[in-house]
Design a protein around this ligand. Structure first.
Ligand code: NAD
Ligand code: ZN
Length: 357
């Protein structure tokens, strides 16, 4: 057996208000000739946060529209325009949710890699170190701030650039930034973390490393969503740390069925990661009985509407596309159901599951 030797984020600052330290933190990494590029979720355009971004010299903000999750084409276009305008950059800082953080990781990699980002979707295909890159989450749950991947939709597949060069060089965890997220969206992204925990902790790949992080993340999710009478500042803090620990947990184990099935929805229908996971997880009592029971309780407590009927009217061909995308996620299925997973989750059973959604 070969054990994976994976990198972790080497520097992290945590605290309410810690975003103010961004300038001081990045300045020591500045190459005087080249600017810092801030990729910022468009939701912050003309908001107070954009005014607090410490621009110097030729530094530039690029606002990222997150209506769609990041695509290889969009990443290539940003890289090309930065190369044309500046040659290279001192670093890339991503301020936003999983979509913007993944975009920042991908642009940082592509500044030093030839061709299209689609060529690097997969495992360990990146050969050159990325430029310096920093992640600043503004919504909690995905674990993208700590993970070794950045998920992109390419011409052929939705798949991450998984490499030792992908993790951020620096992360700034400021729970004050996670204020103001629309209620349903905050829940869907928060549940991404909850589902990471359940899928990791019940999976066959689990080991003590993953378990230690997964249990802590689950405890923090339950504190915020189940035990507290209502959401408060401490909940924002707890969920930010839950996201981090959940990401660490799946680094050494894997996610499971909700993610494998959700990838199909996302590829064919463009359903976002968090909401897709919730749509699927809601129907997985058979596989995750305790987790799904608690999930349903949290949905009700927070008066969340989970979209229904999204697969209504799809053709056989479209169902097949989703089934094939999902079936391609072999490690996720294996983690959830073991080596004989195809006997348990037959294509017919998977089709029936999609039809219910
Ligand atoms: P997101 O980044 O798409 O953001 C969701 C919505 O929340 C957007 O409309 C955004 O504008 C809004 N938003 C974010 N912060 C806000 C704030 N403070 N105030 C108001 N609105 C705010 O959603 P997400 O769930 O964080 O990320 C999903 C993406 O992450 C997907 O592309 C998915 O593939 C990826 N992902 C990556 C990893 C990884 O390890 N790299 C893991 C899981 C998911
Ligand atoms: Zn996820």
């Amino acid at each position: 057996m070969k054990f994976r030797n994976f990198p972790m984020v080497p520097r992290v600052v945590y605290g309410r208000g810690s975003f103010e330290q961004t300038s001081e933190i990045i300045e020591e990494k500045r190459n005087k000739e080249y600017p810092f590029i801030f990729l910022v979720d468009k939701v912050f355009e003309s908001k107070e946060l954009s005014k607090r971004i410490p621009l110097r010299g030729k530094d530039k903000i690029i606002f990222i529209d997150t209506t769609d999750e990041p695509k290889t084409k969009g990443i290539d276009a940003i890289r090309d325009s930065l190369k044309e305008e500046f040659g290279t950059v001192s670093g890339v800082i991503g301020i936003g949710g999983g979509s913007v953080m993944d975009s920042a990781k991908a642009v940082a990699i592509m500044m030093n890699s030839e061709g299209s980002s689609a060529q690097y979707q997969g495992w360990d295909l990146v050969k050159n170190p990325a430029v310096y890159h920093v992640g600043v989450p503004t919504i909690s749950g995905t674990g993208a701030e700590v993970s070794r991947t950045c998920i992109l939709t390419g011409p052929e597949r939705k798949l991450g650039i998984n490499s030792d060069f992908t993790p951020f060089d620096q992360v700034i965890l400021d729970p004050a930034l996670a204020k103001g997220v629309e209620k349903n969206q905050a829940f869907f992204t928060g549940m991404d973390c909850y589902i990471h925990c359940i899928e990791s902790l019940t999976g066959t790949y689990l080991n003590a490393f993953s378990k230690s992080y997964g249990e802590k993340a689950l405890e923090l999710c339950q504190k915020a969503y189940v035990h507290k009478p209502q959401w408060d500042d401490e909940s924002d803090e707890d969920l930010m740390m839950a996201s981090w620990h959940g990401g660490m947990s799946i680094a050494y184990s894997q996610v499971g069925i909700a993610h494998a099935v959700s990838y199909g929805l996302s590829y064919l229908l463009g359903i976002h990661h968090g909401v897709g996971n919730c749509i699927v997880f809601d129907r997985l009592e058979e596989y995750y009985p305790e987790g799904v029971k608690e999930f349903k309780y949290m949905v009700e407590k927070n008066s969340i509407e989970i979209p229904q009927g999204i697969c209504k009217g799809l053709t056989d061909e479209q169902f097949d596309i989703m089934i094939n995308v999902s079936y391609g996620m072999v490690p996720l299925w294996e983690n959830a159901l073991g080596k004989d997973w195809q006997k348990i989750m037959t294509k017919e059973k998977l089709r029936a599951l999609y039809e219910e959604m």
